[in-house]
Design a protein around this ligand. Structure first.
Ligand SMILES: Nc1ncnc2c1ncn2[C@@H]1O[C@H](COP(=O)(O)OP(=O)(O)OP(=O)(O)O)[C@@H](O)[C@H]1O
Ligand SMILES: O=P(O)(O)OC[C@H]1O[C@](O)(CO)[C@@H](O)[C@@H]1O
Length: 639
């Protein structure tokens, strides 16, 4: 691929990795652990220099403010001096830069004291616990590293020259630029009032009580664990395409540049770029990536397929990479985690940071993944075309197939967004086609009533109705049967059989919805994700990914997000909203009498350790269904 194809002519071709760097193998040496602290233009490291290993600290964690290596020192308990005067009082005659540093330390401490609320204020839970499931791995748990003051200067775009004192107001701004290592974002914000609440998740033992789970807030830290001049970053995009890939690459490069990093490599064609000498890494600069976000796709290229991970780690080592950004989905993150483990075995000081990319939005824990909004938006054009065709035809039927190999998020959201869909079929909700309660019969009802019917079907829906090839793609993902084409022919056959004249149109916008540049909301998400990936690496975290959780950006441990792919929950509010909008019933696999369904739905006793509720479960409402019974809602819907 011509890497510059999307820029047009007139730009110079990026240089490939200089051969001299290939010879540089960076093996870990504890004595060099401190090489991040170098004499140079940067201010000296703050006084609390030598950091104890985080693992040891995590055992204790008595105070949420003091456990992390780069926590600002606690203020004196007796201190009630306002931040500004206290800071001034602590500063003896010093050099400008030293004074600035002490000022900001003191102000941060005071700020923390004034503003931080301990978790007890909002309930116990994972926050600060030794077994915190969302604690991210920090490099200081693995090797000794001394932090330095951050070089990230978003406000000024650079440090002030030595000897020039910053105005007080700027110091205050800087103080607010950084995110504290102990900042947390609550993962689940709904406090269910009753075991029958829709969307409730039962934990092992039937526990449904509210347990706060805290994730680590993303953002720039006041202290960093890599000297920018010692950083060599690599960026790779893996898996399928997704709107926004170029945006993310661009922001990673921009943010590295703001910190002062000079060496940034783009790996071509996903993980293959590590092993295919035809496509060596390209040097990325701010100038080179400045316009890439205007185009869809990935200007670095993507691929599926699994090269030997040891070869990848060899290359990371040979090229001296110590920041590795992997933009990819579940598979890529599984790869990233494996790479992290192998780097650890080799004692490499490297931050492995994922940025979740999956157009299917099938990633655990996060509100949504970048590009998803854009694909839902693009899907509107196909749905609208199907609607227009169907509404102009005599007994018009429009069928649209949308991406979603194992999850129906695109189909569900596109349906809800469009308001033009009669039926949506997704992999998570099995359906029958024939019979009184089947899809065809409902299509007929809509045609009789409205003269048209629009059906959205997700790529992975109804696979059990097709003969499976049993094959897998290069990455091991199942190769699906084409449900869209099959459904189209079956619909024609059905209406032919019942001698009803219909005009069926089939639209498959599969690659159109992911091959475009992204919309405004995704541009913003991509930008913030890309920036936070760099902040996470500089903050010393590894084996992490960046996510949007309850509208806040967080660092998440990679193993947590890849435990299982996310799916649409048929018991969720969002699915209920969608079928409320289409007006479709469920199309139960095994039609049963409602009375039988009801009898089955009565729980003999509440799950163990559930508190007894003052209200009895709302019998006959979809809220009374047990988790995991996708058909119950449909049965009730039919009443
Ligand atoms: N379990 C795994 N362990 C190690 N590497 C993996 C694993 N699964 C996939 N990979 C690697 O991750 C890359 C991307 O995987 P895959 O093609 O499944 O896309 P993805 O990241 O899941 O994105 P998409 O959402 O587009 O499918 C592949 O090139 C493969 O090398
Ligand atoms: O044809 P490709 O490039 O393998 O991508 C198709 C797949 O990619 C995805 O968009 C994301 O995994 C799936 O929904 C779809 O099955």
């Amino acid at each position: 691929m011509n890497i510059l194809a999307c820029f047009g002519s007139g730009q110079s071709r990026p240089s490939t990795t200089p051969s001299s760097t290939r010879a540089r193998r960076s093996t870990f040496d504890p004595s060099k652990g401190a090489r991040v602290v170098r004499p140079g233009p940067l201010p000296a490291a703050p006084p609390a220099a030598a950091a104890p290993p985080r693992a040891a600290l995590a055992q204790k964690r008595p105070s949420v403010l003091s456990s992390r290596p780069n926590s600002a020192p606690s203020p004196s308990p007796s201190s009630s001096t306002p931040a500004r005067s206290q800071a001034q009082a602590q500063v003896p005659a010093q050099s400008g830069s030293q004074r600035r540093e002490d000022n900001s330390q003191a102000q941060r401490s005071q700020y923390n004291k004034d503003n931080m609320r301990r978790p007890s204020a909002v309930g116990s839970g994972s926050y600060g616990q030794a077994n915190d499931p969302f604690a991210c791995t920090h490099l200081t748990e693995l090797m000794p590293i001394t932090p330095i003051e951050s070089t990230y200067r978003a406000h000024s775009g650079g440090t002030l020259p030595d000897g020039i004192e910053a105005p007080e107001s700027r110091e205050q701004n800087m103080r607010r630029l950084y995110v504290h290592d102990e900042d947390r974002v609550l993962l689940k914000v709904v406090h269910y009032g009753n075991p029958t609440s829709v969307g409730i998740e039962f934990e092992e033992g039937g526990d449904w009580q509210f347990k706060p789970l805290w994730t680590q807030r993303a953002g720039p830290r006041a202290q960093i664990y890599f000297h920018p001049s010692a950083v060599k970053a690599a960026i790779v995009t893996c898996g399928g395409l997704c709107p926004g890939l170029n945006d993310v690459i661009r922001q990673v490069v921009f943010t590295l540049d703001v910190y002062g990093v000079k060496e940034i490599l783009g790996i071509q064609y996903g993980f293959k770029g590590f092993v295919d000498p035809k496509y060596p890494p390209v040097a990325l600069t701010r100038k080179l990536v400045s316009r890439v976000h205007m185009a869809g796709g990935s200007f670095l290229g993507v691929s599926r397929g699994t090269p030997d991970l040891n070869d990848i780690v060899d290359k990371l080592q040979d090229w001296g990479i110590n920041f590795f950004f992997i933009i990819g989905g579940n598979g890529s993150h599984a790869g990233a985690h494996e790479i992290y483990k192998r780097c650890l075995e080799r004692k490499m000081k490297i931050a492995v940071v994922g940025i979740p990319k999956t157009i299917d939005n099938d990633l655990q824990l996060v509100d949504k993944t970048f590009g998803f909004d854009t694909s839902v938006e693009e899907a509107q054009r196909a749905i609208n075309a199907a609607f227009v065709e169907a509404s102009s035809a005599y007994n018009g039927v429009g069928i649209v197939k949308l991406m979603g190999r194992q999850s129906g998020f695109i189909a569900m959201y596109a349906t809800l967004a469009s308001g033009q869909v009669d039926i949506v079929l997704i992999p998570e909700v099995p359906f029958v086609l024939e019979g009184e309660h089947g899809v065809y019969n409902f299509m007929k009802k809509r045609l009789d009533k409205n003269g048209l019917c629009v059906v959205v079907i997700a790529e992975g829906a109804g696979q059990e109705l097709l003969e499976s090839s049993g094959g897998v793609d290069a990455s091991g993902n199942p190769i699906l049967g084409d449900i869209g084409k099959w459904f189209y022919s079956q619909v024609k056959a059905y209406f032919g059989k019942i001698k009803m004249s219909v005009d069926v149109k089939y639209i498959d916008p599969t690659y159109m919805i992911r091959a475009r540049h992204c919309n405004s909301s995704d541009h913003i998400i991509c930008s913030v994700l890309g920036q936070n990936a760099v902040h996470g690496a500089f903050a010393g975290y590894t084996d992490i990914t960046i996510g949007l959780v309850n509208t806040h950006y967080v660092f998440l441990p990679i193993p947590k997000v890849i435990e299982v792919a996310r799916k649409v929950d048929p018991n969720s509010n969002m699915w209920h909203r969608t079928v409320t909008s289409t007006g479709q019933p469920d199309f139960p696999m095994v039609p049963q009498k409602i009375s039988e369904k009801k009898a089955q739905s009565q729980p003999s006793s509440p799950p163990k350790s559930q508190p007894t509720s003052p209200k009895s479960p709302v019998s006959g409402s979809s809220r009374s269904q047990s988790p995991g019974d996708p058909y119950l809602a449909g049965a009730i819907h039919l009443i």
